[in-house]
Ligand binder design. Structure first.
Ligand code: NAP
Length: 168
């Protein structure tokens, strides 16, 4: 069974988004996201899909929505989290990978956290205003398996540290 991996960039105050977009400019983290999700199926909420506006290359997008009229032929569409995970498992097998990535936003992280095996967290050294948040983690249930601080890029609003957590 493919592992369920949450990938998120989270500020010190838990913020992940504001007004349908990201609260920062962090090209280095987008590069990290691209590398982490490459060649894998990615599940996202409809609002996150809208904010990206198109399927990201090199990956398969699974968009979760309750809107029965939502239809696109360039992404997979799921009406429930269970359906999204089932499509993710099937696509992971077809793509020859053992991970299903959940890339947000806040509602999707909350809905999948209990089933996640791993979290790849970019901890951003900012505390911006936000209206979307990452759920609080019970650190008795997670152990850090790696931690890395990439060099801050010229165009990055802040430094960030990538921590990989695995469920205990
Ligand atoms: N920092 C990061 O790493 C990161 C990552 C991703 C997104 N973001 C940010 O997060 C914000 C968006 O997050 P959000 O929490 O507002 O929205 P979201 O999780 O992206 O999408 C929410 C939508 O997903 C659908 N949905 C959620 N749960 C569902 C379920 N159980 N069954 C069926 N459909 C379900 C619904 O779509 P319908 O309304 O169509 O029914 C819901 O309105 C944006 O600001 C974005 O930029 C940040």
């Amino acid at each position: 069974m493919a592992k369920i991996v949450l990938v998120a960039a989270v500020a010190r105050n838990g913020a992940i988004g504001v007004k349908g977009g990201l609260p920062w400019r962090l090209p280095s983290d987008l590069k990290h996201l691209r590398a982490t999700t490459w060649g894998r199926p990615m599940i996202m909420g409809r609002k996150t899909f809208d904010s990206i506006g198109k399927p990201l290359p090199g990956r398969e997008s699974i968009v979760v929505t309750r809107d029965a009229t939502f239809a696109r032929d360039d992404v997979h569409v799921a009406r429930t989290i269970d359906e999204a995970l089932a499509i993710g498992a099937e696509r992971a097998q077809a793509m020859g990978v053992d991970e299903i990535m959940v890339i947000g936003g806040g509602e999707l992280y909350r809905a999948t956290l209990d089933r996640a095996d791993r979290i790849v967290l970019s901890e951003v050294d900012l505390a911006p205003q936000g209206d979307a948040f990452f759920p609080a983690l019970d650190m008795r249930r997670w152990r850090e398996v790696s931690r890395e601080t990439p060099p801050r890029g010229e165009k990055d609003d802040a430094a960030f540290t990538v921590r990989v957590l695995e469920r205990i």
